[in-house]
Structure formats: C-alpha cells, structure tokens
Design a binder for this molecule. Structure first.
Ligand SMILES: C[S@@+](CC[C@H](N)C(=O)[O-])C[C@H]1O[C@@H](n2cnc3c(N)ncnc32)[C@H](O)[C@@H]1O
Length: 202
C-alpha cells in the first residue's frame, strides 16, 4: 500500500484520489473550523487538504506504531494550519484527542476490524457534539453486493492480508452512524468504485 518514494512515505492511491475528495470536502467542510483525521497514513491527504482549505486547522492522527510514516511529510508542511500528528487508535477509550467540528477518514474502515469500526462510531456517539460533520471515503458494498468486479478482487486480497479486513457494507456503517446520532447527508460516487459518505450529527 505504501512505498517510500524518495524521502517521504508515499501512497499512489492517495495521490490519485485527493483532487476528487477535495472537491467534495470544500463544500462539506465549509464553515468548519477544525478537522480530526483518523488513520492519516502517509499524511498526503492531511497536507494537501490543509493547504487547499486554509480556513481549517487539520489534525492528523495514526496508530502509535504508524506515526513514523505520518510525521515526515507533516514536518515539511509550510503552512500554519496543520497540527502536529497525534497517536489515535480508534479502540482507545476514551480517545486521547478532542473531537472538533469535522472528522475525516479515508480507506480505513476496510483495514481495521469491524469491532474497531463499531468502536469508532461509539466514540463519536459519546463525544462528538451536535452538528459535527463526518466524511468517510473508501469502498463499500450495497445490498450485500460488490459494486464492481475490481472491488470483489480487492476484498479477496484484503482477506489474504488480514482476516479482520474487509470491505464494509454501507447499510452496517450507516446503522452505526445512526446509532451514534448521525444522519446521512450525502453519498457521493467517486472514481475507482469508491464512495465519499457524509453524515451530520443532530
Ligand atoms: C489503507 S491505510 C489508509 C491511510 C490513508 N488514510 C490513505 O487514505 O492512504 C489504513 C490506515 O488505517 C490505520 N488503522 C488501522 N487500524 C486502526 C485503528 N484501530 N485506529 C486507527 N487507525 C487504524 C492504519 O494504521 C493505516 O494507516
């Protein structure tokens, strides 16, 4: 998934999807002040989105063991709206970071276990305030079906990498979101058979 291209950890998929995600986030995060990003990976999204949406303070986070992947790119960011990366495992209870008025995560729900997905939404249900906007990018199944043959192949590959990893069902994730007090504002079709789901807590 991640290669060290030159000095900084690099993900080609991040590079490919960031303009399309930004296009949606500019509207979804209009009027927001701070974003908590969960599972920031290489920091490519964090740096790109912080630079392109200067009204936001962007808080990148990662699992403690993966912080060394995230820190180098954040350290060379030249603007003043990217906060130093923090450790966050969504299984933490309580979370060691406050939840601001926007939350973002990309390509993480199919990597972490479903129990971790449940804990993520439970934490948002407990600690996110009303009006928090939550945007989650990645592949999802609908009505029990893959949305493409390539997603079916990707899911087989995920299962070989780790038995807990799997493409999640939109209906399961939306149910968790609703139980946490969020309602779905938008479900955007994205390139490469991905989705960008936007919920608001109310
Ligand atoms: C496929 S990478 C996605 C990284 C980045 N968001 C991107 O789009 O390239 C999945 C990330 O989920 C993180 N992750 C896995 N389990 C997690 C957990 N329990 N809490 C927080 N992050 C987790 C991993 O450390 C990894 O960086």
């Amino acid at each position: 998934m991640m290669a060290d291209r030159g000095a900084l950890p690099f993900s080609q998929s991040c590079e490919n999807n960031k303009p399309y995600i930004l296009n949606i986030l500019c509207t979804a995060f209009a009027g927001r002040r701070q974003v908590l990003e969960i599972a920031s990976g290489t920091g490519q999204h964090a740096c790109h989105f912080a630079a392109a949406m200067p009204w936001l303070q962007w808080q990148p986070t990662e699992l403690p063991d993966n912080l060394p992947l995230l820190q180098p790119r954040c350290a060379v960011y030249t603007g003043d709206n990217l906060l130093p990366p923090l450790a966050l495992d969504v299984r933490d209870n309580p979370w060691p970071v406050p939840i601001p008025d926007a939350v973002f995560s990309a390509n993480s729900l199919h990597i972490m276990s479903f129990e971790s997905v449940q804990r993520l939404f439970a934490a948002l249900g407990r600690h996110a305030a009303d009006d928090v906007v939550l945007a989650i990018y990645g592949p999802f199944n609908y009505r029990g079906e893959y949305t493409s043959p390539s997603n079916a192949r990707f899911d087989s590959w995920l299962a070989q990498q780790h038995p807990d990893s799997a493409i999640r069902h939109f209906e399961d994730v939306d149910r968790l979101a609703r139980e946490a007090g969020f309602h779905l504002r938008a479900d955007h079709a994205m390139p490469a058979n991905n989705r960008l789901l936007v919920w608001v807590k109310s």
